[in-house]
Design a protein around this ligand. Structure first.
Ligand code: EPU
Length: 439
């Protein structure tokens, strides 16, 4: 197992290009199952989650081919196997994205039911309820979801409400929307997720011939079509990767220029940074609001804030850990409330091992700013928690060893290379070669 060894205290300075979005690319790849045509996706990040999705699509008869320029092409060559097996699903919950496309296009699917994960229970009841509303018959057998289209072989348009106890569901909206594009008649998704990744999926499906209105708002209307064609689509840049590098610049009092920054989708994060005392300025001439050049300048003085995670356009849960790391060094008390995944606080204890002062009560954490953090061996527990530990380590005095960086590799391409290029002292080692690392 690999670890990151980080010597803190270096001011970051330089340029980083933001990658294509992992959470956009996963449902886009799955949507490739909806057509017999050629699918070309550009700007797909090279991550273990993406590789798992490519492997899954290969098993479902749609081999994927990656080029050095970051594009992935795929085409369905065999539609006889519609079983997403447990050994892939358990490594990547987003495998559930294939369910909607498979039922819609092939008339049936068997997809292993994802279990819980480090950030909470994560049910898929809303996905299933949505597909049932479109006429799918759903059963559970041996830990697998078995979904079948009606006798006619085609799903039927319906009005579907996707609100749950924590707001809408991003992948649930992706699943139902992807299924509805081939259904007979009109589907209205009410309380749909408004995340930019849903807008990107709608854009790709529309380019394939789907008829979708309202993506990005809580009501999406889809008029089903008989078939979809091939597509050549560029994935939106990753707002969470961009936000993570913004926190890295801020905590080191540095200055980073981010290229291809999806600023338009980051209002809640940049507003929080503004209140914390970090400047975020769009520069350059790009007129694409999702691909701006942005300069992030940390002043060295950080102020406390109150943050509550919410569905988009609220503050994203996927940046909660990184902002918590940043706020450990802010003046005063910050209050962070997690309203999407109330258990998503595994980074708290690890940050405290580095000298942070954080008091958690239920879904709220009070972060009292301290003068300094000190390097320590810490354990990555999930993707974003691990990114938070890296942020803290960049500012900590001394050496931090972040164990289990395979979590980070799920969502950040070459994190250590990108940070090293802008001045961080970070290197990847095998756990066996580092004293004190968890082997
Ligand atoms: N929920 C239900 N029932 C469902 C589905 C969700 O109650 O059927 C609940 C969840 O338990 C949670 C809330 O609804 O409390 C929102 O979950 P959502 O379904 O929106 O999450 P997701 O679609 O499974 C995606 C991202 C996550 C991100 C969340 C929230 C992907 C691959 N994953 O998950 O990203 O945290 O939306 O924005 O897009 C990450 O990248 O680190 C990550 C975890």
């Amino acid at each position: 197992m690999d670890v990151f060894v980080i010597e803190g205290g270096r001011r970051l300075n330089g340029r980083i290009r933001v990658n294509g979005s992992k959470n956009a690319a996963l449902p886009l790849l799955a949507a490739g199952l909806l057509t017999d045509g050629d699918v070309m996706l550009r700007g797909v990040p090279d991550l273990s989650d993406i590789r798992n999705m490519e492997r899954l699509l290969g098993e479902l008869g749609a081999p994927c081919e990656r080029s050095a320029d970051g594009s992935v092409s795929l085409k369905v060559v065999d539609d006889s196997d519609s079983h997403a097996r447990y050994d892939i699903v358990r490594t990547m919950r987003a495998s559930i994205c294939v369910l909607g496309p498979l039922v819609a296009k092939r008339g049936g699917a068997r997809v292993s039911l994802p279990g819980g994960c480090a950030i909470g229970q994560r049910p898929v009841d809303l996905h299933l309820r949505g597909l049932e509303a479109l006429g799918a018959r759903i059963e559970l057998e041996g830990g697998d979801i078995i979904a079948k289209a009606p006798e006619s072989g085609r799903l039927v348009g319906a009005t579907v409400f996707l609100g749950g106890p924590f707001g809408s569901t991003v992948l649930g909206t992706a699943n139902v929307m992807s299924a509805a594009v081939l259904a007979d008649g009109v589907t209205v998704i009410e309380s749909a997720a408004c995340e930019p990744e849903i807008v990107d999926l709608a854009k790709m499906l529309t380019a394939m011939g789907a008829r979708i209105e309202g993506a990005g708002s809580p009501r999406i209307t889809i008029t089903g079509v008989e078939s979809l064609g091939g597509v050549d689509h560029r994935v939106i840049p990753d707002r969470i990767e961009a936000g993570t590098y913004m926190c890295a610049a801020a905590i080191t009092g540095g200055e980073l220029t981010l290229e291809d920054c999806p600023l338009d989708a980051m209002m809640a994060a940049t507003d929080a940074l503004h209140h914390i005392g970090v400047r975020v300025d769009a520069v350059g001439s790009s007129d694409d609001p999702m691909r701006r050049e942005v300069v992030v300048t940390g002043s060295g003085e950080l102020s406390s804030v109150q943050l509550t995670t919410q569905p988009h356009p609220g503050f994203p849960t996927d940046l909660q850990a990184q902002f918590m790391a940043l706020l450990t060094l802010a003046n005063g008390n910050s209050v962070i409330t997690e309203k999407i995944f109330p258990e998503r606080f595994l980074h708290v204890a690890e940050l405290c091992r580095m000298g942070a002062s954080i008091h958690r009560q239920g879904a709220t954490a009070v972060v009292t700013g301290v003068e300094k953090l000190t390097g320590a061996p810490v354990m990555a527990s999930d993707l974003r928690a691990s990114a938070g530990l890296v942020i803290a380590a960049l500012a900590a005095r001394g050496t931090t060893v972040v164990n289990r960086v395979y979590h980070i590799d799920r969502g950040y391409e070459s994190l250590e290379t990108k940070l090293a290029e802008v001045g961080a002292m970070i290197r990847r080692e095998t756990a066996e070669s580092v004293e004190g690392a968890a082997v």
